[in-house]
Design a protein around this ligand. Sequence first.
Ligand code: BG6
Length: 499
Amino acid sequence: MKAEDKLIPTVFTIFGGAGDLTWRKLVPALFDLSFDRSMSSHFSIIAVDRVSLSDEEFRKRLHDGVNKFSRHGVVSGKKWDQFSAHIYYQQGDFKKSETYSALRVRCEKLEKEWKKKLQMIFYMATPPVMFSEIPKFLGDAALTEERKRSRIVVEKPIGYSLDSARELNETFTKSFLESQIFRIDHYLGKETVQNILAFRFANPLFEPIWNRRYVEYVTISVAEDIGIGHRGGYYDKAGALRDMVQNHLMQLLCLVAMEPMVSFEADEIRNKKADVLHAVRPIPLNAVNQYVVRGQYDNGKTGGKKVCSYREEDGVSADSQTETFVAMQLFVDNWRWQDVPFYLRTGKRLPLQASEIVIQFRRVPHRSFPAEASLDWQPARIVISIQPDEGIILRFQAKQPGPKVLLKPVEMRFNYRESFSGPFPEAYETLLWDVIQNDATEFMRADQVEAAWQILMPVLEVWENEKPVDFPNYSAGTWGPQSADKLINKQGHHWILPF
Ligand code: BG6
């Protein structure tokens, strides 16, 4: 028996299978998994969508996506034929029960062919309006009853506000148990993000200083140089707070601030993360502007090229008041972090792409060196670089060689690509593998999603009522509006430029 045959036979159904996500992310990731032989040979992808396509037409389209986005590069005809023989296209209306009975018939047929009990994964790659419809139809078609063998994967946005997220979560649980619901946040599949727990809890070195006694402040930045591409329609309704902060930045905050887990069980880790969100000090409604600032990009230059303003992007209204930049200060009210500011920022059309977490340490309690020795003195810091340069940098003081005592900040660097030879799986690959393995550790539970919304609700409420008067307020290719610097400088802190 080949090793992969020990794996659970799986039917991976993608609702919205003809869409961009399937083409760009899901199928390339599934291909990469299969290329590295981690996939069972009893494996089928069924893409369900409205447009009419034959299996052959659909496979051809996917081949192009795999050539572009697989980490194995251009895929030879033979390799592709082997893989694509597992892909089927099913035309169907998501709102008609026939679609689901047809799916059921296919699964039963495959089960007979394979002579093995299979598991069913339902991936929602549809527009969010369908999120509340499809689970119900799946439930009615009795496709969700095998609790350990069927699960649903949901992309963000999980709701648009706390209430809508709750409503959606309730809808899911009418057809699925919470243990069958995998809410995906692709940041949690990134190697460097996963490494945060290893760095913190697999070394005795850092954890003892990872608290209010030693840490002065923390910054979490997710900077993007790209604009919004063709996603104007979606983005203009969402904005940076919903698109990035509610999910990716909140998850990074959880990983940096959480208490050590007792075991590596999914719920144990998720409990610890949820604790962080519950401990975030509520942002007072009457002081939102003191803690949170927003921005929108004007025209400017990124990567040496002229780019248009947000309001000129396709699908965006000419007087749009949607934010493309957010910076905020949060506090985590618990023993470990009381009064340590956490600054979060994210924006589009910033000078470069860089996601970094910086732990800035306090000054030493007493400076024993002569004043002139420490003219160049800088606080110690740890920089966790998530992308594009994946690694960790520790900055500390060293004595400059020479007869005089002169201190100088120096760096110790760990770089993923130098230390490990790969392969480095893409985030979706890691997460889809976890779904196939029924491991929910890196997926968000309902309570986490709702707790993250809860933190942001005062901001959304105030922004809804107080429209920005200064948009656009930063030029493309700059580090956001000046208000973001003011927010952090108030306490003598700084955004740290990417390394
Ligand atoms: C997505 C957002 O979730 O994350 C996009 O919707 C954003 O707006 C993207 O560009 C960033 O992901 P990454 O992996 O490129 O940092």
